[in-house]
Design a binder for this molecule. Structure first.
Ligand code: SF4
Ligand code: FES
Length: 251
């Protein structure tokens, strides 16, 4: 394995410094590998590059079989959550220079979901939990104008509207790793978004669903989810607010 080498920054003003970094990716091809294995790549990067740029460089210049998901490349679509140096992050939001580039950068798929190929996991169990909590407005009326809401009422669920369904929280949760039946933080965050919405009428149904043995009570408050969230959502706080609403019997 080649070690990471930090080159001298060019003296020319306006030139973006470059350096060589060793990226070690956990590879797996179900058509030929019995087990995942680690593979090293030395890549020339610029200080403005992100981990996603390193993966593109490997795929486009070194090994076209490297598989990973990405779409927007700007922290919006949520498709490129992965474990970077043991921590869940979005590859498109992680600057290489912000990692310890004197050491190799380790990249692997998020944990707790079935591994399909290289950095790609099967997201279906994650989205199945999401669908179960009814992530949509439930309302029996059919008004001919907008449903009004006070700023105070809107503020109750403002934080959880920011979720991009990247699964960084759920796949960093040790309870989810050991029990794939647990709804997981992301589903609870998205339930929270509607439970505390004054225009919604489905709160009690969602609270009943999350009062299940695989619901909020499985949370062990490890805060991994809050630390992993690339949108800065206070995930553990949202879970705690749902627990309190269940105990109160109302949002
Ligand atoms: S709560 Fe944060 S980490 Fe979890 S799915 Fe939503 S955006 Fe991703
Ligand atoms: S590629 Fe869309 S969030 Fe990173």
């Amino acid at each position: 394995m080649a070690g990471a080498a930090l080159a001298e920054a060019p003296a020319d003003e306006g030139v973006i410094p470059s350096f060589t970094v060793t990226v070690i990716v956990r590879r797996f091809n179900p058509e030929k590998d019995d087990e995942p294995y680690w593979e090293d790549f030395d890549v020339e990067m610029f200080s403005t590059d992100r981990v996603l740029d390193a993966l593109h460089k490997i795929k486009w210049e070194k090994d076209g079989t490297l598989s990973f998901r990405r779409s927007c490349a700007h922290g919006i679509c949520g498709s490129d959550a992965m474990r970077i140096n043991g921590r869940n992050r979005l590859a498109c939001k992680t600057l290489i220079k912000d990692l310890d580039i004197s050491q190799p950068v380790y990249i692997e798929a998020i944990k707790g979901l079935p591994l399909e190929k290289d950095l790609i996991v099967d997201m279906e169990p994650f989205f199945e939990s999401y669908r179960q909590i009814q992530p949509f407005l439930v309302a029996s009326d059919n008004p001919d104008k907008e449903r009004l809401q006070s700023p105070e009422d809107r503020a109750r669920f403002d934080d959880t509207t920011k979720c991009i369904l990247c699964a960084a929280c759920t796949s960093s949760c040790p309870v989810f790793w050991t029990d794939g039946q647990y709804f997981g933080p992301a589903a609870i965050v998205n339930a929270h978004r509607f439970i505390f919405d004054s225009r919604d009428e489905g709160a009690q149904v969602r609270l009943d669903i999350l009062n299940d043995k695989e619901g909020v009570w499985r949370c062990r408050t490890t805060f991994n989810c809050s630390e992993a969230c690339p949108r800065g959502i206070e995930v553990t706080k949202a879970i705690s607010e749902v627990k309190q609403a269940i105990l109160r019997g109302q949002p």
